[in-house]
Design a protein around this ligand. Structure first.
Ligand code: IPD
Ligand code: CA
Ligand code: CA
Length: 262
């Protein structure tokens, strides 16, 4: 593969350094919708990433969260989240990342997620494994849901929050517990790294999950939708796990759904 991943890494590091610098300064928050925050950092990081990507790969399409992408017909499309974890960032809670995923003809082929606070760089290329700071990653080996630590997220605008609260409640009862850390890209990387055994969310955008989904599969895990059907980058929901507890967790989600339908 041409130097897509190394270029993406260089750009993610540069954007991450910008985020880290802006994180220490007073910031102004604006609202896209109620509870859907955006800061100068989101916009400046995106402008930097898009400018760099266009310089390196002028023919590639770019879809970026804040709208500054490059819509052009191409077999290659970069999905960019310039700041994943904006709400955390805006509140001074140091859990956020920058992420770029490259899709070729509908398939994610390379991805990077960079956490500038911990200086953790997660990378993956299709067929070549997943890495954290150049160390090969492997999902956890936990086989019992009762021994799992799992994670979820809630979109910043209300969709299905009550359903997700029911999933949350049931899985809290059945596992070691649930984390809601606030950066979906990092949550997926935590599954790849074996820190979490599973992660699900009901409404994510492709830029939140492009890179992270590849990290999980390249680390030996499984990614599907919440009904166990094949993962769809352009679909709403995502369910990722170490593979071993996938069906057990899906069953719990299905039971909750069945209970609600009664
Ligand atoms: C959000 C984060 C969060 C997830 C939300 C996303 P943003 O992205 O990934 O963890 O729960 O659904 O929208 O808005 O901070 O880029
Ligand atoms: Ca995001
Ligand atoms: Ca974002």
């Amino acid at each position: 593969m041409p130097n897509y991943l190394s270029t993406a890494v260089e750009i993610a590091r540069e954007a991450g350094a910008l985020l880290a610098e802006l994180f220490t300064q007073p910031m102004e928050i604006s609202y896209k919708r109620r509870s859907d925050l955006v800061t100068v950092a989101d916009r400046r990081s995106e402008a930097l990433i898009v400018e760099r990507l266009r310089g390196h790969f002028p023919d590639h399409a770019i879809v970026a969260e804040e709208g500054g992408g490059h819509r052009t017909p191409s077999d290659y499309c970069w999905y960019v989240d310039p700041l994943d974890g904006t709400t955390n960032f805006a509140h001074g809670f140091p859990v956020f990342s920058v992420t770029l995923g490259l899709v070729y003809r509908g398939e994610v082929i390379a991805g990077v997620v960079y956490d500038p606070t911990r200086e953790e760089l997660f990378t993956a290329e299709r067929g070549a494994g997943a890495y954290l700071n150049n160390r090969r990653l492997q999902v956890s080996r936990t086989e019992k849901l009762s021994e799992c630590l799992v994670a979820t997220g809630f979109p910043p605008f209300a969709t299905n929050h009550d359903l997700n609260i029911q999933f949350y409640l049931r899985l809290t009862e059945l596992s070691h517990g649930i984390r809601r850390a606030g950066s979906a890209a990092l949550d997926l990387c935590s599954v790849a790294a074996g820190r979490f055994d599973g992660f699900w969310e009901l409404k994510l955008n492709p830029w939140d999950k492009a890179a992270g989904s590849l990290l999980v599969t390249e680390a030996g895990g499984r990614v599907s939708d919440i009904q166990g059907r094949p993962f769809n980058l352009l679909g709403d929901d995502v369910f990722a796990s170490n593979g071993l507890v996938h069906d057990q967790m899906l069953e719990v989600l299905a039971e909750v759904l069945a209970q609600r339908a009664k």
